[in-house]
Structure formats: structure tokens, C-alpha cells
Write a protein that binds this ligand. Structure first.
Ligand code: SF4
Ligand code: SF4
Length: 173
């Protein structure tokens, strides 16, 4: 899925890729009452199986990264599944394939260390809680985790009352 950063002001978009949560493992799947979200042996968290999803939106509320989007017309949760049809055949997911600057990059950790610059981190903190993921962020050196509360505090301090983090019903397609 692609989110618009500020649709009125810019054409910039942000792909909302599933982080394939490892610890705790896939909160979205854990709260699904009908086991519509399956996890492959490699840890890829799949999108909802249409024949099972009952549209309860539990997964939408449980995901700490805001990944699942609820398609009202289809009454179905939709999300990134690492283009499993491609990645299971050793092809890159489309986002990494198409990204002209390779800001989105696909490979394992060892390949990243050998081929890329930067500090790959797979820990995201939400206050006192942290989630370890199979997808990595690239952060400045000596940054042990992506601390979202600290970032929000920093942005709030910069922007003061102008800071606007509200995006009404951003999870509805
Ligand atoms: S919306 Fe569908 S996939 Fe998500 S928790 Fe409910 S039944 Fe499961
Ligand atoms: S990022 Fe969200 S959708 Fe992806 S595995 Fe984690 S909880 Fe599920």
C-alpha cells in the first residue's frame, strides 16, 4: 500500500510495507479470530485469506505500524505480503524492484552489510514497548532502535502547535 504524505501539498508518497513482526510475532495474526492471516515458514506474514476474513478489523487496530488497510467495499483487510508470489521465487518485491534510488532495498542482513552503507536496525520502540521485525530500518550509526515517541517529541518541539499528526481514518481505503 502507498500512503500520501501530504496529498494537498505534495505528490510524495510513502509505501507502507509490512514489517513482518518477529517478536512479538505478527500481532495482526494473533488477534484474528478466524485465522485469516497465515505466516509462512520463512516468517512472511500473509494478507488476509478472502474466504476467511470476516472484516472485523482487529488486525487493523493491533498492528503497531498501521499496515493493514480495510477495504470497505470488499469487506476485506488488505496489506503488503512481501510480494510473496515473487519473493518465494527469489525475485525482489515490486517496491524494491521499482524504486529508482533503492531507498527500498531487498536482501538479507549479510548482503546489506556487504553491499550497502548504513546501520540496519530491526527494533522499533513505542514508548516502553519494542517490536523486533524482519524488515530493517536504516538509521544513523549508534542508533540502537527507531524510537517513535522520541521522534514525535522532537517534531512536536520543532513544530509546536503547528505539528499535525492526526490523519483521520487513514486505515480505510
Ligand atoms: S479483518 Fe479479517 S484478517 Fe483482520 S482480524 Fe478481522 S477477520 Fe482477521
Ligand atoms: S507490521 Fe503489522 S501487518 Fe505486518 S506483521 Fe506486524 S502487525 Fe502484522
Amino acid at each position: 500500500m502507498v500512503d500520501f504524505v501530504d496529498r494537498e501539498m505534495s505528490v510524495a508518497t510513502q509505501p507502507t510495507v509490512c514489517m513482518h513482526c518477529q517478536d512479538p510475532v505478527a500481532p495482526c495474526a494473533q488477534v484474528c479470530p478466524v485465522m485469516a492471516i497465515l505466516i509462512t515458514p520463512e516468517g512472511v506474514v500473509q494478507m488476509a485469506e478472502p474466504s476467511r476474513c470476516i472484516g472485523c478489523r482487529n488486525c487493523v487496530y493491533a498492528c503497531p505500524f498501521g499496515v493493514p488497510k480495510f477495504d470497505i467495499k470488499a469487506r476485506l483487510m488488505k496489506k503488503c505480503n512481501l510480494c510473496y508470489d515473487r519473493t518465494s521465487q527469489n525475485l525482489k518485491p515490486w517496491c524494491a524492484q521499482a524504486c529508482p534510488t533503492q531507498a527500498l532495498w531487498y536482501g538479507d542482513y549479510e548482503e546489506f552489510i556487504n553491499q550497502r552503507e548504513g546501520h540496519a536496525v530491526n527494533l522499533t520502540a513505542f514508548g516502553t514497548q519494542a517490536v523486533q521485525t524482519r524488515v530493517y530500518h536504516v538509521l544513523p550509526q549508534e542508533t540502537p532502535k527507531l524510537d517513535l515517541i522520541a521522534l514525535l517529541d522532537k517534531a512536536g518541539a520543532k513544530g509546536g502547535e503547528e505539528a499535525d499528526f492526526e490523519r483521520e481514518e487513514a486505515w480505510v481505503l
